[in-house]
Design a protein around this ligand. Structure first.
Ligand code: SAM
Length: 204
């Protein structure tokens, strides 16, 4: 496992309980999840970096069959306990072996912990795991570069985060074979966010 991934796993394992308690009811992305869901043709959805499964559950409650993966075993243990309708796996999104294709894949604020040098690989993997006409919802941090930031829940924990300009990330999407269906800018106003605006895309 890459050093950055090891660090992220450790960081989220440490804060998983508190994060899950405080953010279970925090659903700031329902508008984008609803848009994404309305464009899915079929029933199978994958949530990459699902934390405690609250967004996974939101999509599952619409009637989709949803799998969630996360690198943090503590988050996956909580998700398995809280959301009985979905399947959850401890898995690195850079080393997925689900042997299954999906009609929709969502990646909400989790690819922000992937090094830029691996982002095209990740999006090619996502593309290869989509059924024909499959769609992707991705939300990431707007900005430039890559850096370590203090985790909002625990200032003693530092996390690697990558930031993208729209041009930069759109180049990755196009190189991986995606077309942009919808594009949004989300203004940062959340207590536990990182202080940046976010970029949201629905891709196909
Ligand atoms: C900022 S949290 C947010 C995720 C959640 N979708 C949300 O918006 O509330 C990022 C999540 O991505 C997971 N993650 C980071 N890198 C990962 C990787 N390489 N593979 C799988 N999960 C990863 C972390 O463990 C964490 O649960």
């Amino acid at each position: 496992m890459a050093k950055v991934t090891e660090e992220i796993k450790e960081a989220y394992n440490k804060i998983a309980d508190q994060y899950s308690r405080e953010l279970w009811d925090d659903m700031p992305y329902n508008e984008y999840l609803d848009q994404f869901a309305s464009l899915i043709k079929g029933n199978k959805v994958l949530d990459l970096g699902c934390t405690m499964g609250s967004f996974t559950k939101y999509i599952s409650d619409m009637g989709f069959s949803v799998d969630g993966i996360d690198i943090s075993e503590n988050f996956i243990a909580i998700a398995k306990q809280k959301v009985k309708t979905c399947h959850f796996y401890v898995m690195d999104m850079l080393k997925m072996n689900l042997n299954k294709k999906y009609n929709g894949i969502m990646c909400i604020n989790s690819s922000i912990h992937i090094e830029k040098k691996n982002m095209l690989f990740l999006f090619k993997e996502i593309k290869s795991m989509l059924e024909e006409d499959g769609v992707v919802l991705i939300i990431l941090q707007e900005g430039e570069g890559e850096k370590y930031i203090k985790e909002p829940f625990d200032e003693t924990v530092e996390e690697f985060v990558s930031f993208y300009t729209p041009e930069e990330i759109e180049e990755v999407f196009h190189s991986a074979g995606f077309t942009i269906l919808k594009k949004y800018k989300i203004k940062d106003d959340a207590e536990f966010e990182l202080g940046n605006d976010q970029l949201a895309y629905i891709l196909k």
